[in-house]
Design a protein around this ligand. Structure first.
Ligand code: NAD
Length: 295
């Protein structure tokens, strides 16, 4: 069992750190929020006084923070990388821009630490149940050391390539999800407007070529899927503001990589309007409100 520092104990990091405790690891945690700290401590996480304190005398440091600038501020600004012992593995599970992820790999390896980018899919439900998918980028030997720790929080742990390739895989996945929700919202709105009821549309499309995980499980129109956020006042789930963040990360990466992503650009623009309209906290399926004012 390992000694682990965990920084960022929010909606995802809270349950993830609890699952590490349940797996038998010793976990020292830090978060700026008192509420997040309280939740983690109740779950058996030890209180660290600062981010750097969480990184001392541990073998592994996990970060689960909102955006790339937070990861940079914590790992470099707060002295986390420097506080670790040589040979420590740093695992960043946040969804961040590829450039920052690769810069963190360089900063860690330059002083003899090891880094893995390991963003997740599965949302807060997966974090709670310990069924997340980890998309990892880094050196295969570092991946081998990190994988047993990640399996304490998830089901699928995959090495996608070198530094930053976990982030690339994550934003490609979420770009498909964002485009698909918008496509489903448009199609359901069109079908209903032309006179087919939504349940019939759902029953046929969910078993025809228009089906997908998003259409079938996260159908954006209220009614056909009782457990989906759409049927529960669009409570997240995966908030629209987080979808916008990921779609923007995909657009930034596409610009850097010279890739043409017209549908990704359209989805990013649609989510930007939706968030500006005040719906950022609702589930991402609420994007249907942009094309269907009756919802
Ligand atoms: P969150 O806002 O609930 O948690 C982030 C935590 O980081 C907060 O508790 C905040 O206080 C803490 N924090 C911020 N700056 C800090 C600092 N300098 N030092 C210590 N703590 C600090 O966010 P979340 O939903 O847990 O998401 C975390 C990451 O996971 C994001 O990158 C997000 O895109 C990604 N993600 C989220 C979901 C989801 O469904 N929520 C799904 C997949 C991936």
């Amino acid at each position: 069992m390992a000694r682990i520092g965990f920084i960022g104990l929010g909606n995802m990091g809270g349950p993830m750190s609890r699952n590490l405790v349940r797996a038998g690891h010793t976990v020292k945690g830090f978060d700026l929020s008192d509420e997040a700290m309280r939740f983690a401590i109740q779950a058996g996480v030890q209180r660290a006084a600062t981010a750097a304190d969480a990184a001392r005398e541990v073998e592994v440091v996990v970060t689960m923070l909102p955006v790339g600038s937070d990861v940079r501020a914590v790992l470099l600004g707060s002295g986390v990388v420097e506080a670790t012992a040589p040979g420590t593995v740093l695992i960043d599970c946040s969804t961040i821009d590829v450039e920052t992820a690769q810069a963190m790999h360089r900063a860690a390896t330059e002083i003899g630490r090891f880094m893995l980018d390991a963003p997740v899919s599965g949302g807060t439900k997966g974090a709670d149940a310990g069924t997340l998918t980890f998309m990892c980028g880094g050196d295969p030997a570092v991946f081998e050391r990190a994988a047993p720790i990640l399996r304490g929080m998830g089901r699928n742990v995959v090495l996608c390539g070198g530094p930053g390739m976990g982030q690339v895989t994550k934003i490609c996945n979420n770009m498909i999800a964002g485009i698909t929700i918008l496509a489903a919202a448009e199609a359901l709105t069109l079908g209903e407007r032309l006179g087919v009821d939504r349940q019939t549309l759902y029953d046929v499309i969910s078993t025809s070529t228009g089906r997908s995980y998003i259409f079938n499980e996260a159908c954006p129109i209220p009614g056909p899927v009782p457990g989906a956020p759409a049927s529960n006042d669009y409570r997240p789930g995966f908030a629209a503001k987080l979808m916008l963040k990921d779609l923007r990360l995909a657009q930034a990466a596409a610009a850097t990589g010279g890739a043409s992503t017209p549908l990704g650009a359209t989805a990013a623009a649609a989510y930007a309007m939706h968030v500006n309209n005040g719906f950022g906290e609702l589930d991402s399926a609420s994007i249907i409100k942009l094309v269907n004012p009756d919802i």
